[in-house]
Design a binder for this molecule. Sequence first.
Ligand code: GTP
Ligand code: IMP
Ligand code: MG
Length: 378
Amino acid sequence: MTVTVIVGTQWGDEGKGKIVDFLAKDFDIVARFQGGNNAGHTVVVNDKKFKLHFIPSGVISGKIAVLGTGMVIEPDAFLKEVKMLEEEGIDTSNIMLSERAHVITEKHKEIDGKDSKIGTTKKGIGPAYADKISRKGIRIIDIIEKYPSIKKFARDTTFEINDAIKNKKNVLIEGAQGTMLDIDHGTYPFVTSSNTIAGGACTGLGIGPTKIDKVIGVAKAYTTRVGEGPFPTELNDEVGKYLLEKGHEFGTTTGRPRRCGWFDAVVAKYAVKINGISELALTKLDVLSGLKKLKIAIGYECNGKVLERMPVNLTNCKPIYEEIDGFEIKDKNKTLEFGYASLPVEARNYIERIEEITKTKVRIISIGPERSDTFIKP
Ligand code: GTP
Ligand code: IMP
Ligand code: MG
């Protein structure tokens, strides 16, 4: 029996959807605890691409998929996603939507649509959470009589999850967005409106902290960010363009180009600390393949001061880099067949340097978008 939480260690889009899908086979339930359709998880299985916004990625493997209490839901958009899955032949009878989750209304979308400062996804997320905190929100339980098509998914998911844990089921908890977008711990005010870190899994699902066994952090082998706000390792040059194009870094939800930059180990160390991460999943290593030199930010210079840890305010912080030799993955299939030892030594050096700085082992390595483009590091 295990309760495992998956979180993003950067600014979202680390590939959590892919990693959750890869791990889902060993779990009975996959649950989301925060956010709404601001999230976009892309999962590729046997050349088929699924873009999920509300429903946890485990649904593709036929697992019980829980949309938890901490989420915000736009009913019509949720039903559209259910329909899309049904059209793809996916069983949707295992989807459970918390009766306590809050509803995103047209008004919320209208208000959010006017945002120009944060660069939100304009899905009404912030205004829906604002109404919830102001105790003016509408919950799923309040609308189910009007939306009978929603009613069949509505459950008291708090009891469903806690019963499953009591009955020794394996529960995988899927974070959306990333650590640096957390409302309390991210680059405020350029953040989303929920707690994206592992602690949010407890409040968002109604489970006690003592029930969580493991937290896996998903990190992209470089960094991306969509929307406004500080991003110390951002590259506005040819390398940034290379990462954008080779990594197909366009938002799943909004189609916006993602800002791209080097791996930021200060961000990674911070994420390990505040999420209690015990192992990392490193994605998109293939995208770095072919670059002659790579850089890792190991500290910042902020207003004349050298820092090795995350400051409260990232504005005016410049990265301090360590340079490391690049690598080329010449034969993806060979790498997948023979695993870690068959990676070029420079690629192993890069991964092991990340492990050294973050004091955390990389356990899962992803070198392509397909479920099968993944291997476990011994
Ligand atoms: P949010 O919840 O929105 O933060 O998203 P996410 O963390 O689930 O990531 P998202 O699916 O938005 O972005 C990751 C993108 O990279 C998707 O298009 C994936 O198909 C793709 N991807 C994931 N892993 C790899 C990889 O190892 N290599 C390559 N080339 N693409 C990958
Ligand atoms: P909101 O969540 O739509 O309010 O957007 C707030 C900030 O979070 C913006 O910078 C968005 O681009 C960013 N954001 C929200 N959801 C995601 C996501 O799933 N991936 C990456 N960035 C996101
Ligand atoms: Mg995404």
